[in-house]
Design a protein around this ligand. Structure first.
Ligand SMILES: [Zn+2]
Length: 235
């Protein structure tokens, strides 16, 4: 293989690796955001359970105060009973007390229901707190790993880029310009093998003369269709 082609292939190998690493580094912020979104979602779930618990406790407290006020009222009526002289008034007040006691029973029943709901929710909340703590720890580890990967990739990239600069200086400027023009328009594979008489880039069938040139010539051969630089690879 002619030296110019060999150099181009090495250069292309570095460029391919550089492109791959750049793509990998570009994916890292997305991975990081996904980890953070998972923690965020779990934390929102916990928060909504906590708000629900607070609400239940506030409702229960309201009922407790209501029952207490009613019980005080009953106590007041009971002392009034002793001061009443008329039987009709006495009976009326007794009826009032009975009604209030019924209401107190209702309020206490409701209070019990709220207490049961609170009791059910509390262990669930503890489980969710535990889950969030575990998830957060895991997420922090994952983010540290990402950070390490990011640093490693950047180091490798810097090394490859330095290598690439040296390699590019060893390529004939015209050839380098042609290669880089192709790279910009086609992407990564611009120096391609002849495969069963076809271009390894666009896969179209090459004229026999081109195949012959790629195999024997001392000049760089390009595909007629896509312009990629061809090299011969024993099949
Ligand atoms: Zn082609």
């Amino acid at each position: 293989m002619m030296p110019a082609l060999e150099k181009l292939l090495v250069l292309q190998d570095r460029d391919t690796r550089i492109a791959r690493l750049k793509a990998e580094v570009a994916r890292l912020p997305g991975e990081r955001a996904a980890i953070e979104a998972r923690v965020q979602a779990e934390s929102a779930k916990l928060e909504s359970a906590r708000v629900r618990l607070q609400h239940l406790e506030a409702e229960r407290k309201k009922l407790e105060l209501d029952a207490e006020a009613k019980r005080n009222q009953v106590a007041k009526y009971r002392t009034q009973l002793f001061q009443i002289k008329s039987n009709t008034e006495y009976q009326a007040l007794l009826k009032e007390i009975e009604q209030l006691e019924c209401l107190i029973q209702d309020v206490e029943d409701q209070e019990l229901e709220f207490m049961e709901q609170v009791e059910q929710l509390q262990p669930q909340l503890r489980v969710e707190q535990q889950q969030l703590a575990e998830l957060t720890a895991r997420a922090n580890n994952e983010k540290n790993e990402l950070q390490k990967r990011d640093e490693l990739i950047r180091q490798e990239l810097a090394q490859l880029q330095a290598e690439r600069t040296v390699l590019a200086q060893q390529v004939d400027p015209d050839v380098l310009a042609r290669y880089e023009r192709l790279l910009r328009s086609k992407g990564n594979a611009v120096v391609v093998p002849v495969q069963h008489g076809n271009c390894g880039g666009c896969h179209l069938h090459l004229a026999p003369q081109l195949v012959y040139n790629a195999r024997h010539n001392n000049e760089l051969t390009s595909c007629d269709y896509c312009g990629r630089i061809l090299y011969w690879q024993p099949e």
